[in-house]
Ligand binder design. Structure first.
Ligand code: BTN
Length: 260
């Protein structure tokens, strides 16, 4: 079902790629989980699934994703399911981040490997999952964007909201900005890999030049990313190449950036 407010999104998606349908649910546990269930049940169609409310949103590393204050207007939560077969998957989350940032606002930055930040605070997160059914490989790209900043009292770094840079923005308008560019970016990634997104990522890189501590205790200064989207951390004369599935970042005691 497509609500009238989302009609323009369906049209924009149709112009970009008629194979990608749009569906809007008033409530679901998690748009990623729902698309994964459908794929496992044999439905490998391309779909952008929006939830006005998620009851069990999931973040990276087994964390929860709580949409700000449970109000539909507080966040945009959606997942894009596409059959995808890139030669190399590395850097996909950065390509997604760059695409979202480019479509939303010049002030947004991308924090390796999966977040969008505004003014040194987290604004959005991306959860990418893949599944195989027979010979069919499907990617599910989940995106949660705070429209209004959720209550961050008690947090060292409270989250940001998109309305801080786009006053009055609502979920259908935000989705209209990002949906077609995201499909285009993912298809381009499938053909060309991370390379065409590298320089755009560098311009938006939150961590560049910042001290970063990994969950295994390693500390280094972030020096951008490799051609495959791996984080480069300099420590003395050596540079450690960090894959996103290898470790997580953790906030160093004294540095201003680097929180996961
Ligand atoms: C993170 O920051 O750890 C990633 C958060 C991803 C949240 C989105 S909301 C839509 C989709 N459905 C989910 O359950 N998670 C993703």
């Amino acid at each position: 079902m497509v609500l009238p407010a989302y009609k323009a999104v369906a049209q924009a998606l149709n112009r970009e790629s008629p194979a990608v349908a749009l569906e809007v649910l008033p409530q679901v546990d998690s748009t990623n989980s729902e698309l994964m269930r459908r794929f496992r049940a044999g439905d490998a169609s391309a779909l952008l699934l929006v939830a006005e409310h998620q009851t069990a949103g999931r973040g990276r590393l087994g964390r929860q994703w709580v949409s700000g204050s449970g109000s539909a207007a507080a966040s945009l939560t959606f997942s894009l399911a596409l059959p995808l077969a890139p030669a190399d998957w590395s850097g996909l989350s950065l390509a997604v981040g760059v695409s979202l940032a480019d479509a939303l606002h010049p002030d947004l930055r991308v924090k390796w490997p999966n977040d969008l930040w505004l003014a040194q605070r987290k604004l959005a997160g991306v959860l990418i999952e893949t599944a195989q059914f027979g010979s069919q490989r499907q990617v599910i790209i989940g995106v949660g964007i705070n429209l209004r900043a959720p209550d961050g009292s008690g947090l060292a770094r409270p989250p940001a909201g998109l309305a801080e840079c786009l006053p009055g923005i609502d979920a259908p308008t935000a989705l209209l900005r990002v949906a077609a560019p995201l499909v285009r970016a993912v298809r381009r990634f499938e053909r060309e890999g991370f390379a065409p997104f590298h320089s755009a990522f560098q311009r938006r890189d939150v961590l560049a030049g910042q001290p970063v501590t990994l969950s295994d205790g390693f500390c280094g200064i972030a020096q951008g990313v490799s051609a495959q989207g791996e984080l480069l951390l300099q420590s003395g004369p050596s540079v450690r190449v960090v894959r996103s599935d290898e470790v997580s970042l953790r906030p160093p005691a004294s540095a201003p950036l680097g929180a996961a």
